[in-house]
Ligand binder design. Structure first.
Ligand SMILES: Cc1cc2nc3c(=O)[nH]c(=O)nc-3n(C[C@H](O)[C@H](O)[C@H](O)COP(=O)(O)OP(=O)(O)OC[C@H]3O[C@@H](n4cnc5c(N)ncnc54)[C@H](O)[C@@H]3O)c2cc1C
Length: 364
């Protein structure tokens, strides 16, 4: 029977990073046909690794995240990628590999990794010396280990929900819900806008997100600003939406311009603005374009999910308070951040924290 110091369940961003940082004899169990598949799609194929503005307030659980990213923050991420052979650069505050190719990051992370690919971890059992992890692939196998780390991510974008492996050991979890994803609005309110893009401010109650909005047929608003607003809607913020299509101008500035909307916006957007300016001025319609939120799109169109293992059941080292030697990292924990490299930052930082603890314990 094979025995390892640490078994990592999931060969995505957090699991691969943890493997690179750990000492000892370790293995990754990965359900997919290869490790790190999702990484290749990140940042539109460029992989937005982190952000100079990395801070705890970018996440749903700032108190839990803070001690981790205080130690394993932006500078640590830059240094760590340098150590594994990836030069990075910052563009508008966002950290990317210098190549702007996600494959550069994945190639560096998977180099030398011992992975059991095509096997899904199905059960964890406690053993007198640690844990037995059962897995199913071409055949059934099991391995022994001292530590087991759940790095299985979330259900977002065709991911697998494996938090049940820890729930079967007494842990609790919040169900995964789409977080960074397009928003569904009343189709008639954006009729004809399919394919149109606009730089604007999307408002949801007190929250304002500036960025590019993309409209899709059937009443779907996408783009970074929409994704960030969606992450608040996923946390239960009242969805009273409006768009400011000219954030640099006040209503009276817009009125004073004396330029028709078709000289300012895409033809289909200007037509819709005219149609919706009934009983109010064009300026008011441009600055306060109301939308009725019908909810969020499904999990497969989400980049990140909210939900996951309950944080109160993990200590500052991300070790289970119920079982010594069991850890969780990345999106498997109930941590999600806004767009801009914050979710990968959490994957790297949480891996850094657990590696530090396991490597320290090994030396004792
Ligand atoms: C299209 C897209 C673009 C994105 N772009 C960015 C970006 O630019 N910047 C950013 O910060 N974030 C981005 N994200 C989010 C980011 O990719 C995730 O937050 C991050 O990958 C989470 O890392 P993770 O290790 O927790 O999970 P994942 O990377 O999802 O890895 C989990 C792995 O575990 C495996 N697994 C699950 N269950 C089992 C099991 N039982 N047995 C074996 N293996 C299992 C899965 O197959 C998967 O490979 C993007 C996401 C998507 C979908």
């Amino acid at each position: 029977m094979e025995t390892f110091d640490t078994v990592i369940i999931g060969g995505g961003a957090s699991g691969l990073m943890l493997y690179k940082l750990l000492c000892g004899n370790n293995v990754i169990i990965e359900a997919g046909e290869r490790v790190g598949k999702k990484l290749l799609a990140t940042g539109n194929g460029k992989c937005n690794l982190s952000n100079v503005s990395l801070s705890a307030d970018k996440y749903n659980a700032p108190d839990f995240v803070k001690p981790v990213i205080d130690k394993f923050g932006f500078d640590w991420i830059v240094e760590t990628f340098k150590k594994i052979g990836v030069l990075t650069k910052t563009v508008d505050g966002r950290l990317y590999p210098y190549s702007e190719c996600a494959s550069t990051v994945l190639n560096a992370l998977r180099r030398g990794v011992n992975a059991c690919v095509g096997y899904t971890a199905t059960e964890i059992k406690k053993d007198k010396n640690g844990y037995i992890v059962y897995m199913q692939g071409n055949c059934q196998k099991h391995v022994f280990c001292k530590n087991v780390v759940l790095a299985s991510g979330s259900k977002a974008s065709f991911g697998i929900d494996s938090v049940n492996l820890f729930c079967a050991m007494g842990h609790t979890a919040k169900p995964f819900k789409p977080s960074l994803c397009p928003i569904k609005v009343l189709p008639t309110e954006i009729k004809g806008l399919g394919g149109v893009r606009a730089k604007a401010v999307l408002k949801c109650g007190e929250i304002e997100e500036k960025g590019e909005l993309m409209f899709k047929d059937g009443g779907i608003v996408s783009g970074i600003a929409a994704f960030n607003v969606a992450s608040y809607i996923a946390r239960g913020v009242y969805p009273d939406l409006s768009i400011d299509f000219m954030p640099e101008y006040t209503i009276s500035d817009v009125e004073k311009l004396s330029i028709e909307p078709d000289g300012i916006f895409h033809a289909r957007l200007s037509e819709l603005i005219r149609q919706r300016a009934v009983g109010k001025s064009i300026g008011e319609t441009i600055k306060n374009f109301k939308l009725t939120c019908l909810g969020l799109c499904d999990m497969n169109s989400a980049q990140v999910a909210s939900g996951g293992l309950s944080l109160s059941e993990f200590d500052v080292d991300l070790q289970s308070r119920l079982h010594k030697g069991m850890y969780a990292i990345g999106e498997a924990l109930d941590v999600d951040g806004i767009c801009g490299g914050y979710n990968l930052s959490w994957a790297w930082a949480s891996a850094g924290k657990v590696a530090q603890k396991i490597n320290f314990d090994r030396r004792l």
